[in-house]
Design a protein around this ligand. Sequence first.
Ligand code: GTP
Ligand code: MG
Length: 345
Amino acid sequence: MFVDECVIKVQAGDGGRGCVSFRREKYEPWGGPNGGDGGRGGDVVLVGDDDTNNLIDCRFRPHWKAAHGGHGRGKDCNGREGRSVLLKLPLGTVVINAETGQAVAEVVEDSQRIVLCKGGNGGWGNTRFKSSTHRAPRHANPGQPGERGTYRLILKSIADVGLVGFPNAGKSSLITRLTQARPRIAPYPFTTLQPQIGVIEYAEDSSNQHRLQIADIPGLIGGASENRGLGHRFLRHIERCRLLLLLLDMAGSDGRDPRDDYATLRRELELYDPALLKKPRLVVANKMDLAGAAANLAKFRRRHRLKIIGVSCVTGIGLPELRNELLKRVQVLRAREKKSPSPRV
Ligand SMILES: Nc1nc2c(ncn2[C@@H]2O[C@H](COP(=O)(O)OP(=O)(O)OP(=O)(O)O)[C@@H](O)[C@H]2O)c(=O)[nH]1
Ligand SMILES: [Mg+2]
């Protein structure tokens, strides 16, 4: 089961109470105050985890509570600190406050730690209140309550290249040819039901290796904005990609015209978010090994004056050119982002 959205309730630990106590020993009947402080409550901490790509843990465990701090005790003993609770989240998780609707955090790096709710401070024991004029204070502070809240988690995968295409266009076949990822491939639509991320490795030389991530999402069809097919649900996983790869079945093997497919894909992207159309994109014509594909490509080129790379995932033609083109474009985009960094949300 793939879960990319869920709601959690979190509660940090309360601080422990301070203690009121006085030193009483043999021959020392009126010793001073010696009440210890309460301990801090534990925090709720989000931790980026590169090994998960799913929010399923949070779906089945929606309540996360950190431990309360221990109460202070006599003989100047401070309470213990409450243990923090660590929530491992996949990279690309956006945390939204469910009450205000505001994004409060975003997990983007492996092992990144974000304190979502802070534990309450422990209360002071009566030792803290003694002074030259107040030598036997009989009060202590209660601990402060820990922060708590309800948050919506939304996973938006992070990849360099996002694959968009009709069902059966060959998206999973392409990712299988280019990377080590092994999504299911079958001659019927909607084989892929959840996003898959693969890594393309380029061994330039032994000291300088480049890699880029490519995301395969379930296919789009006309009317996806009205929830036809799997709808627009998975488009959030390509929202942050640097480059969109529009993959077309140039042989029209499902009886459609690739030129109509291209128009439909663009319209669906625009209906989801017009910003997606402004993203750099590369059009790739697949299934060039089949009869009719070359003629269709010529017609397509006549209508759209774009750079189109023709490939076949069966024979492998065009794939080396595609690999190089992807690296070249992503490197340019990365360099541009470095110059003027802007959030890829
Ligand atoms: N002849 C030919 N067949 C291809 C090529 N690429 C993919 N196919 C076939 O097309 C069918 C669909 O391929 P998939 O890779 O599963 O397509 P997809 O876009 O991932 O489809 P969904 O996951 O259903 O959206 C499979 O039967 C593949 O073998 C190609 O270049 N040439
Ligand atoms: Mg697929």
